[in-house]
Ligand binder design. Sequence first.
Ligand code: NAX
Length: 331
Amino acid sequence: MPKTIRVAVTGAAGQICYSLLPRIASGEMFGKDTPVILQLLEIPVDKAQAALRGVAMELDDCAFPLLQDIILTDKPDVAFKDANWCLLVGSKPRGPGMERADLLKDNGKIFIGQGTSIDSVAADDCRVAVVGNPCNTNCMIAANQAKRLKPERFTAMVRLDQNRAVTQLARKAKVPVSAVSDLIVYGNHSPTMYPDFTNAKISGKKVAEAITDEAWLKESFIPTVGKRGAAIIEARGLSSAFSAANALIDHVRALTTVSSTLHSVAVCSDGSYGFAPGVWAGVPVRTTAPGTFQVDRSITLDEFAKSKIAATNAELVGERDTVKELLAAKA
Ligand code: NAX
């Protein structure tokens, strides 16, 4: 039997985790024969801790054979202790009238403490995936605190954008989603992200052969994907939850499964594709060993794609500038 994986999850009483935790416990993230221990972190507030206990009761009531233990805590050092994977989902939602800069600064503080704690107590092979928004910049803040764990251990999630883009292309071309491949999302998890249809394929051929309506690709497809989160809030009154949980399963599975397939993952930029070095940007990655990836630098981008990437890079650089005090701070 494979070794037990300790999975720390933050924001564990929130809505994404309500969909995520049973899927981890049932083996969908790490495999159907891999035992897991869930180490669940919530804020030290009675209501949140009570909700967390309720979530744990439901996990108990599923009698998942792979679930070895559940640890509930409000202390990062307990949650992250010996963790092999840290899934950083928890963060504050944007309140009414709150500026994006305030959200960046407020949530950024959370990731200083969590990054420091992970670096000091998590397992040597620890990998971190950040979902809590603004996830690219939060990931940069957490990684910036780490001295033991290298930046490549920290990734942020743009997989939901990839999945959204795949479905939009499949619908337009009237093909199943499985016919769409090589769709990579570049940049920030925000409306500026660029879902690169120019290199994606439908049934093995360039998208432009299956979808000849270039105006739709440039003027409808891109904003539809970019604003999908807002459309879901508008329709549901709540932000994306099970699709986000599903994307995180895809994100972690992609990074733990060796394959030639390219996936969209936000990683520390080395300057590839014009991203500023040191920001966390969605790029094409391929998993070369479980938990280890390489950025594929061989993709050719046209002037349109480059201009879109320049815009999302400018946003990431702007976010980094907004949180520069947090990047200089020590927990
Ligand atoms: P919820 O508000 O339902 O849950 C968040 C939970 O995090 C709450 O229970 C809260 O108490 C907890 N929390 C806050 N600060 C914490 C801390 N310091 N330590 C531990 N727990 C803490 O939000 P939910 O819908 O679950 O969304 C969670 C995050 O995911 C949000 O930031 C959201 O914006 C982000 N998303 C990111 C997506 C992505 O693709 N990267 C897509 C979905 C989602 O919008």
